[in-house]
Design a protein around this ligand. Structure first.
Ligand code: CO
Length: 134
């Protein structure tokens, strides 16, 4: 089953410049990390218990770069926590959701993540997140 909301993903062209704007709002990053498999640099901010994930492409390839070319900066995805990402992907596939990822891939902070196509959810790209197990 889908669990708690985990974060809101926002695509940006210039992470440093964007972080300066968020600092002006009073929001500071809790982490900044490159995720090479996704070709992105990722900053997380804690907005009163709601995590924001700012995504900047590292190279002119990858999904976030394509999104920026097509749609420009802005809201990119919603992420929800799951206990068992493999089981949840299988369940959503059976429910008729179009899966971007057939299996989990590595995300920031050692998490496993997988995406569900926005065609399946009325225009919203959905990310499933399974936290790293100690
Ligand atoms: Co995300």
């Amino acid at each position: 089953m889908i669990g708690r909301a985990h974060h809101i993903g926002i695509a940006v062209r210039d992470l440093e410049g964007t972080l300066a704007r968020y600092r002006a709002l009073g929001l500071v990053p809790t982490s900044v990390e490159d995720v090479p498999p996704e070709s992105v640099r990722v900053a997380f901010l804690d907005a009163g218990g709601v995590r924001l994930e700012l995504l900047e492409p590292l190279r002119p390839e990858g999904a976030v770069h394509r999104f920026l070319e097509r749609r420009g900066e802005g809201l990119h995805h919603l992420a929800f926590e799951v206990e068992d990402i493999v089981a949840e992907l299988a369940r959503l596939g059976e429910e008729g959701f179009q899966l971007v990822d057939e299996g989990p891939r590595p995300g920031a902070h050692g998490r496993s993540v997988a995406f569900v196509h926005p065609k399946s959810l009325h225009g919203v790209l959905l990310e499933l997140v399974q936290e790293a197990r100690p």
